[in-house]
Design a protein around this ligand. Structure first.
Ligand code: 2P0
Length: 329
């Protein structure tokens, strides 16, 4: 009988953004990225291999997943099977603590949890670098969710075989807060993989974006190591808005920002004018994540909740490493 493994991984928010691939086939990023792991947003995933199954089965938030979602998970399991020398299919049950596919980084925590749980269920030793590399092949941002605290994923080179994220500093290094303003519950309009492909092939700003990305990642990393919230906030905002400017200059344009997104950007700017330390970052979706201090997080959350179009706010601390437990089935 096969064992059952249950993994929990947290979402992460890139403070220096990943946008663009050096090698789409190997899913290697074209730019370095730096993230903070979020305690409040997580995915729990249970994996059990079963010789009686004729295909992998995936249930996400109590709904059976078929098609592309299942295929992406099965591809990760194929790699785990190849590594473990196994042919059994698996039953995967997963739960997100936040809306799936809405730009709240569900693929990051989802594939990180799936990589850890499937490796453990297949009896492979739990090596975090290996799990991060495995997760990266499914979704590059997932490589970062294997680790807690502050994490960096380097750019890859075409044809490179492995690439794992590595921790910059653990969660205890610096108590900062991220307030998420949820502006929509539906799935995002253009997925990240497709959005990056479109940007790379049509945006005149893709080249300059690639050129500036290393400097941005280094600036973000230094601000984290120095525990300098002003420097971090300014660099993170610059990275996010540069990424969106690059995407928006694509043809046809790729616009993830919605009226509520921009209303939040303006609200945060006004808060700063009143002396509040708060900066925005925005991923490939309409939600806004605001970087702030523990002392100011409640005020930021209250202010964002009053912005038209904001459905709810989630306040998060810095999250810990992903974890996995194995039980006899
Ligand atoms: C990031 N994003 O660094 C950036 C910022 C979205 C905007 O990583 O194609 O789902 O699966 O490797 O990891 C989202 O992209 O993309 C992402 P794939 P992924 O967090």
């Amino acid at each position: 009988m096969h064992v059952r493994a249950t993994a929990r991984a947290h979402a992460n928010i890139a403070l220096a953004k990943y946008w663009g691939k050096a090698d789409p086939e190997q899913n290697l990023p074209a730019v370095p990225s730096v993230s903070v792991t979020l305690d409040a947003l997580s995915t729990q995933t249970e994996v059990q291999f079963d010789d009686a199954l004729e295909a992998d089965e995936l249930t996400l938030d109590a709904v059976r997943v078929q098609g592309r979602g299942l295929k992406r998970a099965a591809r990760l399991l194929d790699e785990v099977r190849a590594m473990a020398g196994s042919k059994s299919f698996a039953r995967i049950t997963s739960h997100n603590s936040f809306p799936t596919g809405s730009g709240l980084a569900s693929s990051a925590s989802g594939f990180a949890a799936l990589a850890l749980a499937s490796m453990a269920a297949a009896g492979l030793p739990i090596d975090r670098a290996m799990a991060s590399d495995m997760a990266r092949r499914a979704s590059a941002s997932a490589a970062r969710s294997i680790f807690g605290g502050f994490v960096r994923l380097e750019a890859g080179a075409p044809g490179q075989r492995t690439l794992a994220a590595s921790p910059i500093a653990p969660a205890g290094h610096w108590d900062i807060r991220v307030v998420v303003a949820v502006t929509s519950l539906g799935p995002k309009r253009v997925g990240s993989t497709e959005g990056m492909r479109h940007t790379a092939s049509t945006s005149p700003y893709y080249g300059p974006w690639i050129e500036m990305s290393r400097g941005l990642a280094d600036r973000v990393q230094k601000a984290i190591l120095d525990r300098n919230l002003v420097a971090l906030g300014e660099a993170a905002e610059h990275s996010a808005l540069s990424m969106h400017a690059c995407a928006m200059a694509s043809q046809p344009p790729l616009v993830y920002l919605e009226p509520a997104t921009l209303a939040c950007v303006e609200a945060v700017r006004r808060l700063r004018e009143q002396g509040v330390q708060a900066w925005v970052t925005i991923d490939a979706g309409p939600h806004v994540k605001v970087l702030t201090s523990p002392e100011q997080a409640a005020r930021v959350a209250e202010h964002l909740a009053s912005v038209p179009g904001v459905l709810r706010t989630i306040e998060s601390r810095v999250g810990q490493d992903a974890s996995v437990e194995v039980t006899e089935a």
